[in-house]
Design a protein. Structure first.
Length: 264
């Protein structure tokens, strides 16, 4: 499977961000990608009121993403915000493409490092996978990365690939934690992991300096099921296309049968 890691920096303008998403997906298609993964909060960055910009999955922002997916034939996974019944919003991944139409609401909310996502965002409850060209793909978002059970649930549902759109917060040790956790989650579940973050708003800024909201540090990465980094970006906006050998997942699972050997 050819996967595009579409690392971008979202602004506060959903229309501007949709145009950027469309451009990224078209570029991914030109490079032969079958799956394009964009960051969490691609609709609008964190740090601004989310309620006024949240839209339903049949709204114009999501329809704009569907349109470019139809145009290119690429399956797109991208972060947006949808209204929640209690007046908050859901931190939603839209997955759309050929024979794919699904959404995932982030289960684990970022109530950490002084930020309280749950004040404005309602947690999801469903583990979600989609089938892209016959390959099962699990969906996760940012802070989900700290919870290995979700990625094992993807594998239990038949996934050989997991994708993780993110807007990782900067701060002391945070970039190193990202680099560690993406490799650990691939190993936990013996899956390919395509983790795509928001690019740093200022690529020259110190990633150890905490920001008021999680606006991204970049470092998007494709990790193999053996935990090795196969391709990685820096902190600036960029697009990277890389191949995931799905048969390798089965070879690794035969060699290191951590899913079969579980006792808890």
């Amino acid at each position: 499977m050819r996967i595009a890691l579409c690392q971008m920096t979202a602004s506060t303008d959903p229309k501007e961000n949709l145009a950027a998403v469309v451009e990224q997906v078209r570029r991914a298609a030109r490079e032969g990608a079958r799956l394009a993964v964009l960051p969490e909060a691609s609709m609008v960055r964190f740090g601004v009121p989310l309620g006024p910009v949240a839209e339903s999955l049949d709204g114009p922002w999501a329809e704009g993403v569907r349109s470019v997916a139809r145009e290119t034939g690429v399956t797109v996974v991208v972060g947006m915000f949808t209204p929640a019944p209690d007046g908050r919003v859901a931190n939603t991944l839209l997955a759309t493409g050929p024979e794919v139409e699904e959404s995932y609401d982030k289960i684990h909310l970022y109530d950490a490092f002084g930020f309280r996502e749950s004040d404005t965002v309602a947690a999801g409850t469903r583990v979600v996978t989609v089938d892209v060209d016959g390959v099962r793909v699990g969906l996760a978002t940012c802070y989900d990365l700290r919870f290995p059970e979700l990625f094992r649930a993807h594998a239990d549902a038949g996934a050989t690939v997991s994708v993780l759109p993110a807007a990782w917060g900067a701060g002391p040790g945070k970039r190193a934690q990202w680099d560690l956790l993406v490799r650990a989650r691939a190993l936990d579940a013996t899956v390919w992991l395509a983790a795509v973050g928001q690019a740093a708003p200022d690529p020259a800024a110190d990633p150890e300096a905490r920001t008021k909201a999680p606006t991204g540090v970049g470092r998007s990465v494709l990790v193999g099921p053996d935990g090795t980094v196969r391709a990685q970006l820096g902190s600036a906006p960029e697009l990277l296309v890389a191949d995931a050998d799905i048969e390798e997942t089965e070879r690794v699972r035969r060699a290191v049968a951590v899913l079969d050997n579980r006792r808890l």
